[in-house]
Design a protein around this ligand. Sequence first.
Ligand SMILES: [Fe+2]
Ligand SMILES: [Fe+2]
Length: 314
Amino acid sequence: MAAAHMPPATLLSELEPVVARLLDRHLAQAKEWFPHQLVPYSRGRDFEDGYEWSPEETALPETVRSSLFVNLLTEDNLPYYFRTIENTFGRHAAWGEWNRRWTAEEGRHSIVIRDYLTVTRAVDPVALERARMAQVSCGQVPEPELPHDVVVYVALQELATRIAHHNTGKLIDDGVGYEVMKRVAADENRHYLFYRDLAAAALELDPSGVMLAIERRVRECEMAGTGIIDFDTHARAIARAGIYDFTIHHGQILVPVVLRHWAVEDVTGLSDEAERARDALVTRIHRIGKAGRRQARKRLEAEAALEERVPEPV
Ligand SMILES: [Fe+2]
Ligand SMILES: [Fe+2]
């Protein structure tokens, strides 16, 4: 029986020229930017001894604060994403060069978001630091075994992160937060394009192996915040605010990337196992779309019910 996928070492060496080309494209398109130029330091002041944060410090709603908290902690967990990527892709040639450059860019994201949140007192700095310690001390990130899965996972994840950052920014109207999140989202977009096109090249080289990986990644889709304290509560708040939910996951990630860009339904030359995986994948994507529509309907109904309960002003 044929192997389910191309051996990892073969796939990596076949893809190396593609990585080199995509890295060049990335570097040519990336604009230099500086966190200190975006952070509104004039709005800051010292934190006195015994300072205790309260929500009155900020005009940001709880849902947006939840999202900023999760987004920043995810960026903070960078060392473990680096580890997974280096273990999978190796540290040599274009693979290593890409990973180190990517790490430097991701580090800038946590710097700018943290400085912005601290200066504007948008979140409790003590809770944030404790959560960072807890998150980074446990070092949990998804660690798929095959490079096939890692490429697919990061492509979907970078796009999810871009959407979450950008949608969070759109809900901040203090004249600064939107610019911070928009700048970070622009980086995430370039990361996404790198991995999206890398995955497309992998799909051509090893259609069956990559199809199986796409099916696994969509099925096991874990949000990047796994391991964050109270993650489920934050995830619900993020969905409530329309920052990231099933509808977005389906309509802005699975359909445009998996169905349209990777065009999984048109891939030919698949093994029987990969054919079955593709059928399951397409069915799952349609089911996620339905779940999204149901979730949106329920949210609207809940909001309408809440409005009915609010007494009319007299
Ligand atoms: Fe990032
Ligand atoms: Fe990124």
